[in-house]
Design a protein around this ligand. Structure first.
Ligand SMILES: [Zn+2]
Ligand SMILES: [Zn+2]
Length: 131
């Protein structure tokens, strides 16, 4: 059996609101990995302990830190998991197969720009800074 380990995680930065997509190599996470946003903010920490994947996220919605724990074998099976803030219900991270994560982040980026456009913060999609 070939195990697909091409997992990715996308987390929304609590400082600048941008998604950072990182590879999730399930065989290399015995050592805790800190992932930084390109704005310099430390957005999440991820590691594996006792076959559990543990993710600590600095939450954009409530300014708190949340820990999410998954079974590694569930991560391998599932195509996409959505992580929400337990306080506000806001979706703050996605993890799963690389292609799905990329697609979801794309969709959310578009939605975010539509919202900003609607609010008059930006006026044209061509003015996108991201991507
Ligand atoms: Zn940032
Ligand atoms: Zn939260």
């Amino acid at each position: 059996m070939i195990v697909n380990t091409l997992n990715k995680i996308a987390v929304k930065c609590s400082e600048c609101g941008k998604y950072t997509v990182a590879d999730l190599n399930l065989f290399k996470l015995k050592v805790p990995t800190n992932v930084m946003c390109e704005c310099g903010n430390s957005i999440f920490k991820v590691y594996i302990k006792d076959n559990k994947l543990i993710i600590n996220i600095s939450c954009i919605a409530c300014d708190d830190n949340h820990s999410y724990i998954f079974n590694v074998k569930d991560i391998i099976k599932k195509q996409l998991l959505i992580l929400s803030c337990p306080v506000t219900g806001m979706e703050i991270a996605f993890l799963g197969k690389g292609d799905y994560v990329d697609k979801v982040v794309d969709r959310y980026m578009v939605d975010m720009y539509e919202l900003l456009n609607y609010l008059g913060i930006i006026d044209k999609k061509e003015n996108r800074i991201v991507k």
